[in-house]
Design a protein around this ligand. Sequence first.
Ligand code: F6R
Length: 240
Amino acid sequence: MRVITLDCAADIGRAAGEAFVQTVLRKPNAVLGLATGATPLPTYAYMADACKTGKVSFKDVSTFNLDEYCDLPKTHKNSYYSFMFENLFSKIDVDPDNVHFLNGNAPDDRAESARYAAEIEAAGGIDIQFLGIGRNGHIAFNEPSDRFTNDAFKVQLTDSTIEANSIYFDDVPMPHYAMTMGIGSIMRARKIILVATGKSKAEAVRAMVCGEIDPHCPASILKAHPDCTVYLDPDAASLL
Ligand code: F6R
């Protein structure tokens, strides 16, 4: 795990965004694993700008998002599907047929997990996976637990995650369940970029970087990945 502390969120966005741009320049049909949340926004702004100025084209990439809420229509403004179109896909030349999401409303979550795993495999596997980290050390919606997961699954969100994300829900209650890629699906990506900013992430970052590999801090598994880069701002790095 390479840990790099930069001055501010904009610098992190440039560094992480450039990692995606370089991946696509090297491999125009790259498979991108994408995250939602506040921390990725400067990275998505950088990628959108790189596309607008003609530095890179995303027209042949495929994307797979990490997670999606259950019991929320896909078109609701708080779905991760809506988030990705609002913040990235509407601003780059990606082919909407090549973007993939877990279906949080699938009637059979095991079949949905198998479908997603098969689609990732058919696309050739994830070349570069983007991650944020939860205050409790979660990656995607792999909440702290007694074991590491493998493929996608349906998860009950923890109070910490519900508290952190419910600020975005003003018209309907925040869902308490989500479909999420598992730790195995994330670890199979060829390259991983994790971004974290702010004091609220400092303890999770400390546990990820300095602690043992332990499913009670799911992000700690990233230490076992051969090509994982972590970009932090000084607040997120403050307990290292
Ligand atoms: C979102 C996701 C989550 C977030 C994490 C941090 O797709 O997988 O693990 O990355 O909750 O969210 P922010 O960036 O909003 O602090």
